[in-house]
Write a protein that binds this ligand. Structure first.
Ligand SMILES: Cc1ncc(C[n+]2csc(CCOP(=O)(O)OP(=O)(O)O)c2C)c(N)n1
Length: 241
């Protein structure tokens, strides 16, 4: 599906996608992910209710990490998290420890089986914590304490899983370090490659929505083209500018 910046748009889209697949007879389940902040959008309620009424095999996976940028969940809602809303819409709901990798895997598998067997949506609420900043322009020190962060650092899902593997004798620190180094190199190389990708043609801005682009969009495009001809530095040539 397309990725878009407005919160929550993927939720009704997922319900609709699953409905389409069900009508086509495909033995498929659609999953969509969102935060507890996105669950405050009207799209969450429309999507869940539509999926429940139309019996769409959709997994709605909510990652409740306690914050919507700087807004803590206590200031977002008074009810018992997001899970209670699933129950309200008649949607089978699982609340899971989101920092337990194996529990999340098991919950998702169970949800998938149920969605497929009964043509039903399932809501999963994974309880977790956003350890890092929301984005590079966010500074969590302005709205939460270091103590709070430290408490959650101990429950970091990766560390926890590493400790679990270690307890089984399956963890090799050297192998892990080598893997992390290699991953870092691969990501940097991928980033460099991606930065060289040419940007899409300008006309893509107005195409792909209407069969024939309407006059006002054509006019805006031609204004934009004149602007770029005058100020070429305003328009990047590659994804990396
Ligand atoms: C409709 C809409 N309103 C506001 C924003 C600005 N915004 C971007 S991310 C965000 C917080 C989202 O919180 P959550 O869904 O919990 O995601 P997380 O913080 O875990 O990334 C907000 C308010 C937006 N992108 N779209």
């Amino acid at each position: 599906m397309t990725i878009s910046s407005p919160l929550g748009t993927q939720i009704p889209q997922a319900a609709g996608y699953a409905y389409g697949q069900k009508m086509a007879g495909a033995p498929a389940v659609t999953i969509c992910y969102f935060g507890e902040g996105a669950a405050s959008e009207g799209d969450f309620h429309a999507g869940l209710n539509m999926a429940a009424v139309l019996k769409c095999p959709t997994i709605f996976f909510c990652r409740n990490n306690g914050y919507a940028i700087s807004t803590p969940s206590q200031e977002q809602f008074v009810g018992d998290g997001i899970a209670a809303r699933g129950v309200g819409y008649g949607v089978p709901t699982i609340r899971v420890d989101g920092n337990d990798v194996l529990a999340v895997y098991a919950a998702t598998q169970t949800a998938r089986k149920l969605a497929l067997a009964e043509n039903t949506p399932v809501l999963i609420e994974a309880m977790t914590y956003r350890l890092a900043a929301h984005s590079t322009s966010d500074d969590p020190s302005g709205y939460r304490s270091k103590d709070e962060e430290v408490k959650w650092q101990l429950k970091d899902p990766l560390l926890r899983f590493a400790r679990y593997l270690d307890s089984k004798g399956w963890f090799d620190e050297k192998e892990m370090d080598a893997y992390l180094d290699k991953s870092r190199e691969d990501i940097l190389a991928a980033l460099k490659r991606a930065e060289k990708v040419p940007v899409n043609p300008l006309k893509d801005i107005i195409e792909d929505v209407y069969d024939t682009p309407p006059w006002h969009l054509k006019k805006q495009l031609s204004e934009l083209e004149s602007h770029i001809a005058k100020y070429p530095q305003d328009y990047p040539k590659t994804a990396g500018r």
